[in-house]
Ligand binder design. Structure first.
Ligand code: ACO
Ligand code: OAA
Length: 372
């Protein structure tokens, strides 16, 4: 029996959603560089769910439908107000709220293709409203209703801040959403597929995936990158700080990858965005510190940055609270989770691998009263 730790290199399914071949990432065969440079997030979501880029009419219909579905039941926000807010991480709030959202969807338990697609749209639309609603509620503010006529990225920032964002801010969030949308069989996507392969419901699949994304070895790394950059504080501290982490054998958040060995193709886009945005805010030190960390980690450990590294200084430059970085990842990645769940339902088989038993054998049962 194979015993590959962490299932490294194991091919667990076929998929036509996205591919990583020779360190090149494509969504449905389209290169990530083209999508990042030219696509709206709505186009990418359509692509992931329909295996084709939309024409103008299809995109308009899809985008309008998406924005129309953004409103969430008031009960979701009423419950959020009862959370022990000071101790609740936004990813935990999101996990709870998405699970709760399923209670208000009368089609939640249907797994046929048409219903599943409708649920996918509702989840994609409402996740942005939930993340931004919680961000406001915990600061004593009321959630902001989505606005028709704004794009998905613009609506995200509008609902977060209560004012219409600038074009540079919309472009940055749009590109970040495009870059995070899907990534083959990463841990959270695999989690979603394992869950729904039991023919469990869509909301259970997405709730499980959010739980997996939350961890620091996966989506949770971006928040920790910003904590590290903040602790470093100045470029002149980088060398000593990172050296100490090496000496203590601590992982440097935002570096390394299970699949990419020569570098994550998404990172350069985020690095460019970080440069641009930190120059706009005047806080170029976050970009400078990041570059200095990259130089040291790459030179001494041969580990290139992954998608989480430069996204930290990008989101920080947009004035976003650091603990919302991973929820933004979820707002994007739900598009990929949805695509994979639709693919799994369409040709399902229970996912149930084996474990190689390494525990004790031939134990003799001793009655309770006779045990030491
Ligand atoms: C969206 C995403 O999920 S991208 C990934 C986000 N996660 C992070 O950025 C967290 C930091 N990175 C890591 O922990 C890892 O690189 C992972 C989890 C991404 C990939 O892990 P794996 O493929 O299991 O690699 P593994 O953890 O076994 O590391 C292999 C070797 O590289 C080292 N290494 C890997 N990543 C790092 C890192 N970020 N910092 C320091 N050393 C590292 C390990 O210590 C290990 O060294 P060793 O062989 O001397 O023990
Ligand atoms: O693929 C992975 O293992 C992690 C990752 O980069 C992602 O989910 O975007």
């Amino acid at each position: 029996m194979s015993n590959t730790r962490g299932l490294e290199g194991v091919v667990a399914t076929t998929s036509s959603v996205s591919s990583i071949i020779d360190d090149v990432l494509t969504y449905q065969g389209y290169q990530i560089d083209d999508l990042a440079n030219y696509s709206s997030f709505e186009e990418v979501v359509y692509l992931l769910w329909n295996s084709k880029l939309p024409n103008k009419a299809e995109l308009e219909e899809f985008s309008t439908n998406l924005i129309k579905n953004m409103t969430v039941p008031n009960e979701i926000f009423d419950y959020m107000k009862l959370y022990p807010i000071a101790d609740v991480h936004p990813m935990a709030a999101l996990r709870t709220a998405i699970s709760q959202l399923g209670l208000y969807d009368h089609e939640a338990n249907e797994v046929d293709a048409d219903t599943a697609k409708r649920i996918a749209l509702r989840l994609q639309a409402k996740i942005a409203t939930i993340v931004t609603g919680f961000a406001r509620i915990r600061n004593g503010k009321e959630p902001v209703e989505p606005k028709e006529g704004l794009s998905f990225a613009a609506n995200f920032l509008y609902m977060l801040n209560g004012e219409e964002p600038k074009d540079t801010e919309i472009d940055a969030i749009n590109k970040a959403l495009v870059l995070h949308a899907d990534h083959e069989l990463n841990a959270s996507t695999f989690t979603a597929r394992v869950c729904v392969a039991t023919l469990s419901d869509f909301y259970s699949g997405i709730t499980s995936a959010i739980g997996a994304l939350k961890g620091p070895l996966h989506g949770g790394a971006n928040e920790r990158v910003m904590a590290m950059l903040s602790e470093i504080g100045e470029v002149s501290n980088v060398d000593e700080y990172i050296q100490k982490m090496f000496d203590k054998k601590e992982k440097i958040m935002g570096f390394g990858h299970r699949v990419y060995k020569s570098g994550d193709p998404r990172a350069k886009h985020l690095r460019d965005m970080s440069y641009k945005l930190t120059n706009i805010t005047g806080e170029t030190k976050w970009y400078d510190i990041s570059v200095a960390v990259e130089e040291k980690v790459t030179k001494e450990k041969g580990l290139p940055p992954n998608v989480d590294f430069y996204s930290a200084s990008v989101y920080h430059s947009l004035g976003i609270d650091h603990d919302l970085f991973t929820p933004i990842f979820a707002v994007s990645r739900v598009s990929g989770w949805n695509a994979h769940i639709l693919e799994q339902y369409a040709d399902n088989r229970l996912i149930r691998p084996r474990a190689e038993y390494v525990g004790p054998n031939t134990q003799k049962y001793i009655p309770l009263n006779d045990r030491d």
